[in-house]
Design a protein around this ligand. Structure first.
Ligand SMILES: *[C@@H]1O[C@H](CO)[C@@H](O)[C@H](O)[C@H]1NC(C)=O
Length: 284
């Protein structure tokens, strides 16, 4: 009884020929669906907003370059003068740690853009952190790319307007005296492009100190002979995963004098931060 059955099978050569490639094709298909499916899931679905009435994903008609659903990126306005907002838990612990791990191997003393008459020797006490510039493409874990993409969506400023990430480490005693991120043409010469906004992602908690400070917030301390080393005004305490965005220019393109900022000295612990300067042009 067995033999005829086997014969009957092998009598159909097409079956055997197609079998293996077909299985392979199916596997490839489902692998790709799963792979890309889970990829887009991790990017967008995580912060999907559910409509409380229909209990379904909240979706609006959107253009070809738009998102496929409503996403949720919470923020708190910290100040209007300067325009500063905090995005709690913007990045995950895993993303932060992957970025630190990559940056740690490349740290070098941080530099400064010099004004006329300044030298590295005369300015070396202003910014004492160590750092490195990293492009999203240099991060095999994709953490920087994910952060960059989310940042562009949260700010609606295209990714191309951002400089490479400047990842910094501040040890106890290290700080960055107050300064502006825009380059005043009166001091630095003509500027084809400006740093209109700054995005800081805190990669670590800091036990004590290391706050980002805005001493001129709401025009306070402005005409009182402020010493650029004093840690006063609005202070933002670093917390792993939180992000801070602030604008250095008004909507009309002039500089916002209240956007003066700096990093208070770390007192206890270690501060890691990834900074991205956002330009008002996509070529710079
Ligand atoms: C630009 O905007 C700022 C803030 O609203 C305002 O204080 C300033 O006078 C404006 N400057 C010009 C030239 O319009």
């Amino acid at each position: 009884m067995k033999t005829p059955k086997v014969r009957a099978r092998s009598a159909n050569p097409l079956r055997y020929k197609l079998g293996f490639p077909l299985v392979l094709l199916c596997c490839t298909f489902f692998f790709l669906v799963g792979f890309y499916g889970s990829n887009s899931l991790s990017k967008e679905e995580k912060h999907v907003v559910i409509d409380p009435v229909t209990n379904e994903k909240l979706v609006f008609e959107h253009g070809r370059t738009g998102d496929s659903s409503v996403t949720d990126i919470p923020f708190q306005v910290l100040s209007w003068k300067p325009r500063a907002l905090l995005y709690p838990n913007f990045a995950s612990k895993e993303q932060c740690e992957a970025i630190i791990k990559l940056a740690r191997t490349r740290l070098a003393p941080s530099g400064l853009a010099l004004r006329k008459g300044e030298s590295e020797a005369t300015t070396k006490e202003i910014r004492t952190s160590s750092g490195t510039f990293l492009r999203a493409s240099e991060d095999k874990t994709q953490s920087l790319a994910e952060v960059e993409e989310k940042m562009a969506r949260a700010t609606m400023i295209p990714r191309q307007n951002g400089e490479a990430f400047n990842v910094l480490r501040y040890n106890p005693g290290q700080k960055y005296d107050c300064h502006y991120d825009v380059f005043d043409p009166a001091e630095y010469g003509p500027q084809p492009s400006q740093r209109m906004a700054s995005f800081l992602l805190y990669l670590s908690d800091v036990e004590e100190g290391g706050e980002t400070m805005f001493p001129f917030e709401n025009f306070q301390n402005m005409n009182t002979g402020y010493n650029y080393k004093d840690c006063i005004g609005l202070k933002v305490k670093p917390r792993q995963g939180d992000a801070l965005l602030f604008y250095s220019m008004h909507p009309n393109g002039t500089f916002d004098k209240t956007a003066l900022h700096g990093s208070c000295p770390v007192i206890k612990g270690e501060k890691w931060v990834a900074t991205k300067w956002i330009r008002n042009t996509d070529k710079f």
